[in-house]
Design a protein around this ligand. Sequence first.
Ligand code: B12
Length: 513
Amino acid sequence: MPAPRHPSAVILITPPSIFLLDERVFVNLGILKIAGALEREGIAVEHLDLSGTENYLEALEGYIAAAQSTIVGITATTPQLPTVVKIVDRIRAMRPDMKIILGGPHVTLTSSAVKLETRAGRVSRAHEAMARIHAIADVLVSGDGELAVFEALRGDAPALIDGDDAKSGLFLTHASYEATAPPARHLVDMDTYKYEIEGHRATSLIAQLGCPFECGFCGGRNSKSLRVVRTRSTQSIVAEVRALHETYGHTGFMFYDDELNVNKNMVGLMNALSELQDELGTDFRFRGFVKAELFNQEQAQAMYRAGFRWLLSGFESGSRRILENINKKATLDDNTRAIEIAKTAGLKVKALMSVGHPAESEQTTRETQEWLLQVQPEEFDCTVITAYPGTPYYDEALPNPDRPGVWTYTYAKNGDRLHAFDIDFLVVADYYKGDPNGGYRAFVYTDHLTSDELVERRNWIESSVRDALHLPYPRARPALRYEHSMGQGASDVLPGFILRRSESPHAGTTETR
Ligand code: B12
């Protein structure tokens, strides 16, 4: 009998993100898309959801020793890597027979950085960063994973499967994106994820992939899967909202599209969401991101009618020079105007701000604070920039001739500079927003502010604006704990908030689009 092409079962792992204020707010849609794709092909999935689990290694040990499948897929953003290393080490020590596949944003972004270096005829730090992740996994998957995962499962899979390459046949088009299975949310304990929009129990979804803009700090500007917009039909998006409401009872929905108003048919989508609520006889509340310079009154009114009460936008800075240096495209006036349009339509705004851009100074951070006080958003956050592989700040930086271990990005149009320490992402969890009590750390500095000063300026913006606008400080939720009494290490008795398995391999296809 010929050997089956694919295994009958796969283990998928969502690692913790220990640095976050609260890890169980939104489910990880990426790994659940992979689970949905596998289930649709009849492959059973066991999903180990370690997010927010304090003693995740104990839970992992209890499970992995007796696991039946020998194939493990793990997802990772850059700051999750130190935890992923611990997970992989534990699996390797206990089960050397297991094949480990690593996918997600860090692989995608590092792989895109390698391509740029190669094109520039260099073999440098992106190649080194890539070699480090090759060393921890048997197969790496870059970019869209829904088709690529099947290549990774093959016994003869190469060390890198490139779903970010438009010519590979693994990169999703509009049509193939529409045809993919929805996230297999039945493989997480949805009740342990807590989020509310205006008192409505809420969850997240993604309606379109990709952002075409080129902000210097943002990951994926050189990666097809994060850059090229792929849309699906209004009907498919509305069907996902309906299924979430009917299956889990949610009436609140957070759209995690990079910016909703890049879609030319956004007003049509808003109208369809209004019609769905008329049909169901219920009121929904939504929240999502918009790009300021594209935002207009028609969009704002349609969003309000559909049930949006909150918008988020990455305004980043109150300094005209910094907005230019980010290559933000939106001007300060565009940003101010977007807030005015939103407020007139009855929409509240969460302003997403950041410090640590090329030429950031005490003066530019003061301009950011003053702008916030002037436009008075209903909520905001302020982060310190991270220079991850796959961001222009990383990809276009050159070694600093005066300081070994430091890389310098220069904004070509005016020579303004940003310096970043080169760090081993497998060891250091570098993030830009975490538990404020854990303290912010900066691995960047400018010609005017040291890393410590950038953190101080961030803290000053946060506290002075919160105090002046009477905005509450964010609070953490305690982590979950896996107790041994929940299961003496046997794989079938891990608690449901950690382990969920496919009921039947086709279970994922019922939540149709
Ligand atoms: C939603 C979101 C969040 C949510 C996450 C909720 C959650 N539980 O996951 C919140 C707000 C909490 C968040 C936090 C952070 N985020 Co965020 N986030 C996003 C956002 C907007 C959408 C993610 C998403 O759902 N995408 C859709 C799914 C389908 O795509 P995906 O997850 O990439 O998965 C696909 C592939 O990567 C691949 N894949 C993924 N996993 C695996 C595993 C295997 C085995 C295989 C084969 C394939 C595979 O297949 C999937 C399907 O195609 C993205 C930007 C974007 N548009 O993608 C940023 C993004 C992922 N975030 C980013 C960052 C920087 C962060 C933070 C570090 C910010 C911070 N606080 O400092 C944290 C890290 C949190 C963490 N978990 O580690 C960066 C990632 C940078 C990086 N180098 O890792 C992104 C890309 C934004 C950007 N352009 O800079 N984020």
